[in-house]
Design a protein around this ligand. Structure first.
Ligand code: GDP
Length: 328
């Protein structure tokens, strides 16, 4: 008779990472529970194909008691807190709600786990946006300097997770993940906005793509590679925090080059326009991470290159419109 099946509770199950992490844990033989908010329309775009395999529990990071009920229903060994108001641009429109969900939400889950009493390992989705204004490769010792209400909220969540680890001896880990994209990335993020637009331009459904600040650089990784790192952190003997990144940064122009190349366009200037509407009150110009610690201690490394990822994204978006199945 084998080991007892491990149980994991994932908040943010319907987001990009939630679906990939659920697939990854199911493969490892976990029983997976996904926390979702009750809403009149069910949005399960990223885990619809897993509906028979995972158990959905109703909860909300802004509702303390609902978190306790989710813990009781799922009785997890591991909790992955991926839920948040995750779009940086939106965080200026709803700074308070972003603070409540993204910042206080983590605190509420930690309090719920503490009350629950049993040892539950906790993963907090920290982010490179906590570094914000930086000019060098960032590692775990780099000073934080967030540049958005989102970054500030995530920094609170990060530090409260570390504090609860130190105060209550909880097994809490923060993964400081740099940007990670995929075919399932939300359409409001610049990468998916571009690959979707390139697909539409290719199919004659759209003339151009209108962007904001083109003068940015990011360390863009592939989301399926990154969920493995989350799991690895919780399998170590000691809880700790890790930067997860590719260590390579690219300009937005590089991203446009790769995307348009896929449809045979080398000079994309006539397809791209800029509009201040998509610019932010403050921006993060450069983000690149040094994941040496994760490589050495977790044995983790990224597998997918930027061009491979962009190819998959554009191909998937073209296929989506061909099949005329989903228009998200
Ligand atoms: P973020 O790094 O989490 O903010 O991810 P995003 O994909 O939303 O944005 C990455 C960078 O692209 C930011 O510096 C944006 O200012 C810049 N950017 C330029 N044009 C756009 C656009 O049209 N949409 C978005 N979302 N970002 C844009």
């Amino acid at each position: 008779i084998g080991e007892k099946m491990k149980r994991a509770l994932i908040t943010g199950i319907n987001g990009q990472d939630g679906g990939y992490l659920a697939e990854f844990l199911l493969d490892k033989g976990y029983e997976v529970f996904g926390m979702e908010r009750r809403s009149s329309t069910k949005i399960r775009v990223n885990c619809q194909h897993l509906e028979d395999k995972i158990t959905f529990v109703n909860g909300d990071l802004t509702d303390q008691n609902s978190l306790m009920r989710c813990l009781k229903e799922s009785d997890p060994d591991e909790v992955y807190n991926l839920a948040s108001q995750s779009f940086v641009g939106e965080s200026w429109n709803t700074p308070e709600q972003t603070g409540d969900v993204t910042g206080m939400g983590a605190l509420r889950m930690l309090e719920a786990i503490r009350e629950y009493g049993k040892e539950v390992k906790f993963y907090q989705a920290s982010t490179s946006e906590m570094f914000g204004r930086m000019e060098q490769y960032a590692n775990e010792d780099t000073l934080f300097y967030p540049r958005s209400p989102y970054g500030v909220a995530k920094l609170y969540a990060h530090w409260i997770t570390v504090n609860y680890r130190e105060s209550y001896d909880m097994f809490n880990c923060c993964g400081i993940l740099f940007n990670h994209e995929s075919e399932r990335r939300g359409i409001e993020f610049v990468t998916r906005k571009i690959t979707d637009a390139v697909a539409r331009i290719h199919l004659g459904l759209q003339d151009k793509v209108i962007l904001g600040n083109l003068d940015i650089k990011r360390d863009w990784g592939y989301a399926p590679d990154y969920v493995e790192a989350m799991w690895l952190m919780l399998q170590q003997d000691e809880p700790d925090d890790y930067v997860i990144a590719t260590g390579k940064f690219h300009t937005l122009e590089d991203f446009l080059n790769h995307s348009f190349k896929h449809i045979g366009v080398t000079d994309w200037s006539k397809y791209v326009e800029q509009n201040p509407k998509f610019m932010r009150p403050a921006d993060v110009f450069y983000l690149a991470g040094d994941a040496t610690k994760a490589k050495e201690k977790l044995g983790w490394k990224p597998r997918t290159s930027l061009s491979e990822m962009v190819d998959r994204m554009v191909k998937n978006d073209i296929k989506k419109y061909h099949e005329k199945s989903v228009y998200y």
